[in-house]
Design a protein around this ligand. Structure first.
Ligand code: GLU
Length: 505
């Protein structure tokens, strides 16, 4: 395939939902795989829905995900401007062309008139549609004479410009994911292309820009499928070559029914947005994958597999491998069920793929927030010991806090089960033996502890658990001797003494 050009075209009306990130991701993978170009176009013609900060949020989200654009507001490019609000003159020119060719017409019906009609039909249990059947009975340049129309225009009467859906035709196109899609024109309405405010609607701006930006493939969410026949008719009206279409499946709620919505995350305890979003109007905060401790690679991998599969058993894909494996033909039609546990699983897999150095750097940030300064080499050893147990970077603290801070409390359940009358005396005696260990290494420490327990004929399980309780404060953690070695001899002995003193029966 040559000259592949795809675009992601968000409207900055709020934060980017993870479904939007997936759409952008599929576009990106497709472009990269075929050596094409990826474009970011901001579709901001609906001034009423503008939300401050949304465009910036979108840019930051993609930076975090590692999705790069070749052209766009920030990246620049030869096909700009890439923001629709800066392209008004272009749309005016093209709407002029449609009017001239007779594919569009002026409509002077006021919102009140249309509303009254809607109500009148509703009362008869019918629905009002501005279409091939009703348009001749309405106030527009098709039903009025040329002179009447010209007069209304000269008088400055407010108008919109509508697309003239051709009568009695079958609209048909091929969707890469869905095959042939056929719709009869009698089911389509004469959509507004140009609004009273002098700005185009989504449909006109989108088609004009896709054409001028030489978009080869329109890859977008299923919610745009109903608009596709109109878009096809617009291409035909302009006599332009159509791009290829691919409408992606919706992302479903974890229960499998209904589209995953922005409220689901809060209700079910997982993020639906890449980054945290604070709504500027309501002040409400929505959770983000980044802030919740997800690695961008895991988020991207999880999204890639929501609607696409490689046809093999492989599940873990770094971006480069996704690019190689991705194939639009393997995207499914039916909705893709989101599984929050699987998202966690991916995070765990990518944590395991990271080097101890990288993980230590990430964990060190959390330590610093807690005012803990520790040599990075020490933290590297700790992450190596516990990394199999964590799903998120912040879990390192849960799994390893005792390496940095002596326990202040002892888990009451473990105390009850493992700390008998005589345990304190045994620990004290063993502490004396440990004091003599010169080479403070896990093997030597373990050897000393085992020798003592055997010599005294004590229960290995019970003593080891009592020691763990003294060093950790509970029954968790990796190998005991490894803990003892890493916290150091003095600290280990001090913790044992402190436990004997504090856990008095
Ligand atoms: N601006 C539309 C959106 O917000 C673009 C849809 C399309 O890709 O055509 O999703």
């Amino acid at each position: 395939m040559s000259d592949i050009r795809v675009r992601f075209a968000p409207s900055p009306t709020g934060p980017l939902h993870m479904g939007g990130v997936r759409t952008a991701l599929y576009n990106y993978l497709f472009a990269r795989k075929h050596g094409g170009k990826m474009i970011l176009r901001i579709e901001d013609t609906d001034q009423n829905r503008f939300v401050a900060g949304a465009e910036n949020y979108i840019e930051r989200s993609f930076e975090w995900c590692g999705i790069q654009f070749d052209e766009g507001v920030k990246a620049g490019g030869d096909f700009g401007p890439y923001k629709q609000s800066e392209r008004s003159a272009i749309y005016r020119e093209y709407i002029g062309e449609l009017l001239e060719k007779g594919h569009a017409y002026y409509a002077f019906d006021t919102p009140e008139e249309l509303d009254a009609l809607r109500k009148e039909l509703e009362a008869k249990k019918e629905t009002f549609v501005y279409d091939t059947k009703s348009r001749m009975g309405l106030r527009n340049s098709l039903s009025l004479s040329k002179e009447e129309t010209e007069k209304l225009l000269l008088d400055g009467t407010p108008y919109v410009i509508r697309f003239k859906i051709p009568e009695n035709t079958e609209v048909s196109f091929t969707d890469i994911i869905r095959g042939t899609v056929k719709v009869h024109s009698s089911t389509l309405d004469d959509k507004v292309l140009f609004k009273t405010d002098g700005l185009p609607t989504y449909h006109l701006a989108n088609i004009v820009d896709d054409h001028l930006m030489q978009i080869s493939h329109v890859i977008r969410g299923e919610e745009w499928l109903p608009s596709a026949p109109l878009h096809v008719l617009l291409y035909e009206a302009f006599e332009w070559e159509k791009p290829q279409f691919a409408h992606l499946p919706v992302i479903l709620k974890p229960v499998g029914k209904g589209k995953l919505s922005k409220r689901d995350g809060d209700k079910m305890g997982f993020p639906v947005f890449p980054l945290e979003w604070k709504d500027p109007k309501s002040g409400e905060t929505f959770a983000g994958y980044r802030e919740d401790g997800y690695l961008p690679e895991a988020f991207v991998n999880m999204l890639a597999l929501l609607g696409w599969n490689p046809g093999t058993e492989q599940e873990v894909f770094p971006m480069e491998e996704l690019i190689q494996a991705f194939d639009l033909e393997r995207v499914v039609k039916s909705g893709a069920k989101f599984n929050p546990d699987k998202a966690k699983w991916f995070n765990q897999q990518f944590i395991r793929l990271k080097s101890d150095q990288e993980l230590a750097q990430a964990f060190d940030k959390i330590l610093k927030e807690k005012n803990i300064e520790a040599p990075i080499g020490f933290t590297e050893k700790i992450v190596a010991l516990v990394k199999e147990r964590v799903e998120f970077i912040q879990d390192f603290w849960t799994q390893a806090h005792f390496f940095y801070k002596a326990p202040e409390e002892y888990d009451a359940k473990v105390v009850k089960k493992r700390w008998k009358e005589e345990t304190g005396a045994h620990i004290t005696e063993m502490t004396g033996k440990l004091r003599q260990v010169e080479n403070w290494q896990a093997d030597a420490i373990k050897g000393c502890m085992s020798a003592f327990i055997q010599e005294k004929e004590l229960s290995m399980g019970q003593m080891m658990n009592a020691i763990r309780l003294s060093l950790v404060g509970s029954s968790m953690g990796p190998d005991l001797a490894a803990i003892a070695e890493l916290i150091g001899k003095d600290e280990c002995l001090a913790r044992l003494e402190k436990a004997v003193e504090r856990i008095k029966k």
